[in-house]
Design a protein. Structure first.
Length: 365
């Protein structure tokens, strides 16, 4: 520091009672954070700001618009559209469960149709015995989570394609068990009814839409909070560098198994909602193609991004409904569209949205 600069600093300290030049006086409130350019570029100075699920005015406006659309939809469209949107809610739960397993911990699964089937058949079997719907929901989640524990523990030493083959075998095994178990209807299937909860009949499509939407919103909120908890951070550490995570004190076996249990439980909840929606369950409905479709939802939406699972579920479900008019060409067009999306944007649809948002936030800088 030059002699002139030191002299200037001493003059500032003398004038301010010993405080450096430019410093706030004692007892004054802390300065407000600086704003660099736009409002969206306001930097965060507290850890709690990173934990908020909804950030800024734009986030609350977007959430309000989504809530308004979901609320008004049954009053504006026909029953066929309401049914398909309800089916999207169910598929969104399965995609979210896969996002926990594949996206957060890096464990590939090709057997989530088996967890969906376990939840659906458990709910249908217990409902036929006269149990209340709330208990059948809890039982469906518990059965699927238990199966997740059963498949998760032996799969701890498996990774990549070997784990995918193991989960594929699990899904096929569940299908074969259901196909030969007379208690749940075997190959002829099982009829399921819409529930009655606290005297409210959910037989109609709009009524069941509300029930499914409420349970889906609650599950999405819980999973997003799980991602921001210490468990979610441990999941991502296991995915990114399992050896470094283990050296940091994170139990690999514990968290990998926990991810399987949580993922299977959410898929079981989706199955409990799926059965009463379709009205009839058959083992052939829960095949390998369904598991691949669930995995496609996560990949197309954005692997490793929880909102991407919801976006991918909406895209795949809507694409299937639209392409049903093509009849014989529907599967070919479906495959071409998915390949085209992944070629244009490997990060998925939500990844593309993040790039667009980042561009407008930083433009013209």
């Amino acid at each position: 520091m030059s002699a002139d600069a030191r002299a200037g600093e001493r003059r500032g300290e003398a004038a301010g009672g010993g405080a450096p030049a430019g410093a706030a006086p004692a007892g004054a409130p802390p300065p407000r954070p600086r704003r660099y350019g736009r409002q969206s570029l306001l930097y965060r100075d507290r850890y709690e700001q990173d934990l908020r699920l909804v950030r800024g005015v734009a986030g609350w406006v977007g959430l309000g618009l989504v809530g308004a659309v979901v609320t008004a939809l049954p009053f504006l469209v026909r029953g066929y559209v309401v049914y398909n949107v309800t089916l999207f809610f169910v598929y969104a739960l399965v995609a979210l469960s896969l996002a926990v397993l594949v996206g957060m911990t890096g464990q590939v699964s090709l057997g989530h149709a088996g967890f969906l089937a376990a939840g659906a058949y458990a709910q249908a079997a217990l409902a036929s015995e006269g149990l209340p719907y709330a208990l059948t929901l809890v039982a469906a989640v518990a059965v699927a989570a238990l199966l997740g524990l059963v498949i998760g523990v032996p799969s701890l030493r498996l990774e990549g394609p070997y784990l995918a083959i193991a989960t594929l075998g699990f899904g096929l095994a569940v299908q074969q068990v259901l196909n030969n178990w007379s208690y749940v209807g075997a190959s002829t299937g099982k009829v399921t009814d819409r529930p009655v909860v606290l005297g409210i009949d959910f037989y109609g499509d709009p009524a069941y839409y509300w029930l499914t939407a409420a349970l889906t919103a609650l599950t999405v909120w819980a999973v997003f909070n799980l991602e921001r908890s210490h468990v979610g951070r441990a999941f991502r550490a296991v995915r990114d560098a399992d050896l470094a995570a283990q050296m940091s004190g994170i139990g690999l076996a514990k968290h990998k198994t926990l991810a399987f249990v949580v993922s299977a439980g959410i898929a079981g909840l989706a199955g409990a909602l799926y059965g009463p929606l379709v009205g009839y369950l058959t083992p052939e409905s829960f095949n390998l193609l369904l598991s691949i479709k669930f995995l496609l939802m996560v990949v197309v939406g954005g692997l490793g991004l929880l909102p991407g699972a919801l976006v991918g579920a909406g895209f795949i479900t809507g694409l299937e409904v639209y392409l049903s008019t093509f009849r014989a060409w529907s599967q070919l067009v479906f495959g071409l569209v998915v390949i085209l999306v992944l070629m244009i944007e490997p990060a998925g649809l939500y990844g593309r949205w993040l790039k667009v948002r980042r561009y407008w936030k930083t433009w013209p800088m």
